[in-house]
Design a protein around this ligand. Structure first.
Ligand code: MBD
Ligand code: FE
Length: 306
């Protein structure tokens, strides 16, 4: 079959010529996706058994709640970011903190505090290195944004996230920090380890077939928001990680790999009430002001809440 033949068939299947009420956006998207899928079936000579295997794969991935993991693994979530960056550039926005993907592991409702929070529950203190991270939330003009909201979440030493990993305490390694009068935030936590896709899960099974690993470098997620400003979704990576530039989710970016300094000065250690050297990261956020010309920065998607 030619692509033209396929287009005619699919047009007939998807668009009813009777004038029933329809959602034109859904019509356009479904027409395109079904047409493209039929063309792939034709061009690649996809056999019926292969087609059903694909459908079963998606069914299982949905049942396992892994579609939110498959999307970044296939680069699709990164693709949405590239398009968002292009749209912002067209609207004249430049110089803000780079965005990078949200991923599937945010949980709404984390405890909030002003200026400072400790993220970890202390359960891994014997093995973990303490991390202090701090900085200021700025606007485009470089003015601090007091009261800006910094939502932060990251994995533990196993690369696992609380809530999804039921063995961790409620909201471990998740907090909301409201920037102080000077727009500053700071938290104490532990240096996280990188995440790996569940072995034997839907995503990893496909990655195996592609000859790809399912590892992420150690990273820390952020939502940063302030009234009148575009919400920033981003992450920082922990420098030195073996997967820093080999992330299965393609989220590493220049500008999101701050220096990690090791604090060994006994006076500084004592001042933090610690007995061991700790790591420290300075990182400022710069938000864009609201822009009618740029697409909405807040992405609607179903998120866990606890
Ligand atoms: C993660 O921790 C993550 O951030 C992404 C994007 C995908 C899987 C696990
Ligand atoms: Fe993550």
């Amino acid at each position: 079959m030619t692509h033209n033949d396929i287009d005619k068939l699919v047009q007939n299947w998807i668009i009813d010529t009777a004038t029933r009420p329809a959602n034109p956006r859904v019509q356009a998207v479904v027409l395109r996706l079904v047409g493209d899928l039929c063309k792939a079936i034709e061009d690649l000579d996809i056999q019926p058994s292969e087609f059903w295997k694909g459908l079963e794969y998606l069914t299982n991935a949905g049942k396992n709640n892994e579609l939110g993991l498959l999307a970044p693994g296939l680069g699709l979530e990164r693709f949405l970011d590239i398009r968002a960056d292009e749209a912002e550039a067209r609207a004249g926005l430049q110089g803000g903190t780079p965005r990078t993907i949200e991923g599937p592991l945010y949980v709404a409702g984390a405890p909030a505090s002003t200026g400072f929070a400790r993220l970890d529950d202390g359960s891994e203190s014997a093995e973990a290195e303490v991390l202090f991270m701090q900085g200021t939330v700025y606007d485009e003009a470089g003015q601090p944004l007091p009261g800006a909201k910094v939502e932060v979440w990251h994995a533990n030493l196993m690369g696992n996230y609380s809530f999804f990993d039921a063995s961790q305490s409620h909201f471990n390694l998740r907090r909301t920090i409201i920037a102080d009068e000077q727009g500053r935030y700071q938290f104490r936590s532990i240096l996280p380890k990188g995440y790996g896709c569940p072995p034997g899960g839907s995503t990893q099974c496909l990655l195996d077939q592609l000859g790809r690993h399912g590892q992420r470098p150690a990273h820390i997620h952020f939502f940063v928001s302030a009234g009148g400003h575009r919400k920033l979704t981003t992450q920082i990576n922990i420098d030195g990680d073996e997967y820093l530039w080999d992330d299965f989710a393609f989220a590493s970016r220049e500008g999101l790999v701050p220096a990690v300094s090791k604090v060994t000065d006994p006076a500084a250690i004592a001042q933090k009430d610690l007995r061991q050297p700790y790591s420290s990261i300075d990182f400022d956020f710069r938000l864009y002001g609201e822009r009618p010309a740029a697409p909405e920065a807040e992405v609607a998607r179903v998120r866990a809440a606890a």
